[in-house]
Design a protein around this ligand. Structure first.
Ligand SMILES: Nc1ncnc2c1ncn2[C@@H]1O[C@H](COP(=O)(O)OP(=O)(O)O)[C@@H](O)[C@H]1O
Ligand SMILES: [Mg+2]
Length: 294
């Protein structure tokens, strides 16, 4: 697999803040690469450097082995934030306007059908629902049949169903052969969509690999999860070194039998017990000592 886009030692500073701090990675052609990290980690700044929208203070970006140039601009698709939509312009007009920027474009009617834009094709773009807007923005990003697609937090603020719907569409774009770079602070999204993930915090990449490889490398244990009401904090922390989040006690163990025996000894109700594999949220917590969504 060839590397289509390579960044090396990228640095971007805003005054005293180093928003992107020596970031390096390569994106293999035809894969989905995810930048996962909390708000303020430097994801948007990194993706904007790679899109050519911002200029790095240091480092290098190569697209197919060359600095970003006309070829990159013709072959890149960027999904803008919904502030890019204009009032008094319909969905159809927006697609038409966008198509005029490029020498080679997708068939608008096909995009309308693929992204289910028919029902609001002649509505004002500012009056769409969150899910509808994201579908339109994705269709706009695909108007030049991009070889590489940039998605900055594509599902932030969407309800679960619209999020799933957008995931399906991203899978489809990938199945058609495009390379994708996406940023997200949802670990499920990174896990669902990405072949490789770089975890970012404070402008740096703190881990980078395929999602399952990342988990396998860092964890050999599992999590016994119980409702907080069944294992009060004081007990859980004392007996199991449990951590508490989302109303649940999370007990990390490499001996599930022993943990369950001990829970029974303590008369803990196991009716709501779940055993789960470690996930990227756990990994982030492990690497940084803080929660991804905090
Ligand atoms: N134009 C800017 N001027 C000053 N600081 C900025 C600017 N853009 C981003 N930052 C800061 O850089 C850091 C990284 O921001 P950003 O790349 O937007 O992170 P993320 O997308 O991961 O939330 C944040 O601390 C943010 O406040
Ligand atoms: Mg951002």
């Amino acid at each position: 697999m060839s590397v289509i886009l390579q960044v090396s030692s990228l640095v971007k500073r805003f005054g005293k803040l180093t928003a992107v701090d020596r970031v390096s990675f390569g994106i293999h052609s035809g894969t989905c690469f995810g930048l996962l990290g909390p708000n303020g980690a430097g994801k948007t700044t990194t993706i904007e450097l790679m899109e050519g929208i911002k200029t790095p203070d240091e480092g290098e970006i190569l697209y197919r082995g060359e600095p970003l140039g006309q070829r990159f601009r013709n072959e890149a698709g960027i999904m803008f934030q919904n502030t890019a939509l204009q009032e008094f312009v319909t969905v159809y007009e927006m697609l038409l306007q966008f198509s005029r920027f490029y020498p080679r474009t997708a068939d608008i009617d096909e995009l309308v059908e693929q992204y289910s834009l028919q029902d609001f094709l002649h509505q004002d773009t500012r009056k769409l629902s969150g899910g509808q807007k994201q579908r339109l923005l994705l269709a706009m990003a695909l108007i030049n049949q991009p070889k590489i697609l940039f998605l900055d937090e594509p599902t932030t603020g969407l309800d679960p169903q619209s999020r799933r719907n957008l995931w399906e569409q991203v899978h489809r774009v990938k199945a058609q052969g495009a390379t994708i770079l996406l940023t997200t602070h949802y670990m499920e999204e990174a896990y669902e969509l990405c072949d490789e993930i770089a975890i970012m915090d404070h402008g740096r990449i703190i881990a980078h690999d395929a999602p399952d490889a990342l988990l396998a490398k860092h964890f050999s244990d599992v999590v016994v999860q119980l409702h907080e009401q069944d294992v009060p904090r004081a007990l859980g922390e004392r007996e199991f070194d449990a951590t508490y989040r989302n109303d649940c006690a999370h007990i990390v163990t490499d001996d599930v039998n022993k943990t369950i025996v001990r829970l029974l000894d303590l008369n803990v109700s196991l009716g709501r017990l779940r055993i789960r594999a470690r996930n990227l949220e756990d990994l982030f917590l492990e690497l940084t000592g803080k929660e991804l969504r905090a």
